[in-house]
Design a protein around this ligand. Structure first.
Ligand SMILES: Cc1cc2nc3c(=O)[nH]c(=O)nc-3n(C[C@H](O)[C@H](O)[C@H](O)COP(=O)(O)OP(=O)(O)OC[C@H]3O[C@@H](n4cnc5c(N)ncnc54)[C@H](O)[C@@H]3O)c2cc1C
Length: 465
């Protein structure tokens, strides 16, 4: 895929809801360009660290960990990233919003596909084309996670982070103020394949970016969250079939594909990813997967399954997301949106935001931090994204509850206004001010669709009684 300068996307960064207050320089590595210079305000009374800089361990090298480690290292913090599997193929649809490409300087040649067309397909197989309102430069990026994660980790290493191939086991919490956390991990040598060696590491703070089954979360007693199980098959399909998915993604809704989520066909470099998820009926996930594959069967005919994968997706944030000098980010914290199941951007963003709070609180690694510094990250996160999570939560509750409601949802997606609002919110992660007249029309139409849906549901219940 041709690569071209990201310069034309620089405008996207201005739409970021962040205002940053730490000194960070964009790295002169990889294909990254530009420079970001921000000032730390010196007003801390916490002790200075002497003879070294603040040491922070980032556990997990997915998007959350990679982004956190890069920001810490660039901000003057001694950074150690521990990742158990350097070639980890995280089970994931790999769809990323356009703003992530700009905000995280993602090189275009690691994006497998640029999706500009999308079909939303109802329970009765009514297909609505969405994406008609996209501007010529706009698209949804499709990445393979093994490629994206490795890129972010390598960039963190180039910025100065020490990247350790190891399995984090547990940690001892400090017994006195400002005392270190003592981490235990098994170190692997991925080149020699030698049996891991158990090691310890002392650090001043820890970022838990170790995903949905986070051991860091357990170590701080962060509590559990409800989760969906998501299942995905990577299917290699014949070239003529692949041509259809060149820039096209499909989303299927219906009781058959999931009682509370959607099924998808997302295009990758040389295959499609077909998957589905559910919170409420986890034991039936394979049945839903089969139904998703069936719905797309004509378009993936002759395909060969090359990989089968499954993983939990958090449904909401954990009861506790920080304790003392430990904070959780990404899936470890529980930052996946309902309705869309999107978590890559939020993982990278929360990793970066948490790291920025540490860089700022430590005055570029010169002082000890405390819980109040990490709390700034949480406050900023909740203020910026709470409305997004809430809106998508409500949408899921209203539209994914029955087949008639899903039919209404797909009908609503045909509206250009809805498409524009949806894509603007998704691609740029900004709250899009609506047009009051269009909002009113939409409300009336939606209520109309839902009333029809409700009437239809009642009729169907009568029929099946
Ligand atoms: C099937 C499926 C499809 C999805 N599709 C999409 C999509 O299309 N778009 C989207 O935005 N989101 C999608 N998501 C959600 C997305 O995958 C996650 O939100 C995202 O990966 C979170 O990133 P993270 O860095 O927080 O955690 P992860 O990506 O889970 O990374 C955690 C890392 O920590 C490492 N690790 C874990 N434990 C340890 C340990 N003890 N020691 C050392 N390392 C450890 C792991 O190896 C891993 O590399 C999907 C999820 C699933 C399951």
């Amino acid at each position: 895929m041709a690569s071209f300068s990201l310069r034309s996307f620089t405008g996207l960064r201005q739409t970021s809801p962040d205002s940053q207050a730490v000194t960070l320089f964009k790295p002169q590595i990889g294909r990254s360009t530009g420079r970001r210079s921000l000032q730390v305000k010196a007003s801390k009374s916490s002790p200075k660290v002497t003879g070294r800089n603040l040491r922070v361990a980032v556990i997990g090298g997915g998007p959350a960990g990679g982004a956190a480690a890069e920001t810490l290292a660039k901000g003057g913090v001694e950074t150690i990233l521990i990742e158990r599997k350097m070639d980890n193929c995280k089970p994931c649809g790999g769809a990323i919003p356009l703003c992530m490409v700009g905000e995280f300087d993602i090189p275009l040649d690691i994006i497998d596909r640029r999706v500009t067309r999308m079909k939303m397909i109802s329970p009765s197989n009514v297909a609505v084309d969405i994406g008609r309102t996209l501007k010529p430069h706009e698209y949804i990026g499709m990445v393979r996670r093994e490629v994206l994660d490795a890129f972010l980790r390598d960039r963190a290493a180039a910025a100065g982070a020490e990247v350790i191939n190891g399995l984090f086991l547990k940690m001892e919490l400090p017994k006195a103020p400002n005392a270190p956390y003592v981490l235990q991990y098994t170190s692997y040598d991925s080149k020699s394949g030698a049996v891991g060696e158990r090691r310890t590491l002392e650090v001043d703070a820890v970022i838990g970016a170790d995903g949905a089954n986070s051991r860091v979360a357990k170590a701080i007693d962060a509590g559990d969250y409800e989760y969906a199980i998501a299942f995905q098959e990577r299917i290699k399909i014949p070239d003529d079939k692949m041509a259809y998915y060149e820039d096209m993604a499909e989303m299927y809704v219906g009781d058959d594909v999931s009682p509370d989520f959607y099924g998808w066909v997302f295009p990758k470099c040389d295959h499609v990813a077909v998957g589905t998820g559910t919170v409420t009926h986890k034991a039936d996930i394979k049945k839903y997967q089969l139904a998703t594959r069936n719905r797309a069967k004509d378009k993936i005919l002759g395909g060969k399954i090359i990989r089968v994968e499954a993983h939990p997706i958090p449904e909401h944030p954990r009861p506790k997301r920080l304790a003392d000098r430990v904070a959780l980010v990404g899936d470890a914290a529980g930052y996946v949106t309902k309705c869309s199941g999107e978590g890559i951007y939020f993982a990278a963003k929360s990793g970066r935001m948490c790291a920025e709070a540490i860089v700022e609180g430590s005055e570029n690694g010169k002082r000890m931090i405390d819980e109040s510094d990490l709390r700034k990250y949480l406050e900023k996160w909740d203020k910026t994204y709470w409305p997004t999570y809430k809106v998508l939560d409500v949408l899921q509750k209203v539209f994914y509850r029955s087949n008639p409601a899903r039919e209404a949802f797909v009908e609503m997606c045909a509206s250009e206004y809805v498409q524009r609002m949806t894509f603007d919110s998704y691609l740029y992660k900004r709250v899009v001010p609506g047009n009051p007249l269009e909002d009113l029309k939409l409300a009336v139409n939606t209520i109309g669709s839902l009333v029809r849906a409700n009437a239809l549901r009642k009729e169907m219940e009568k029929l099946s009684a």
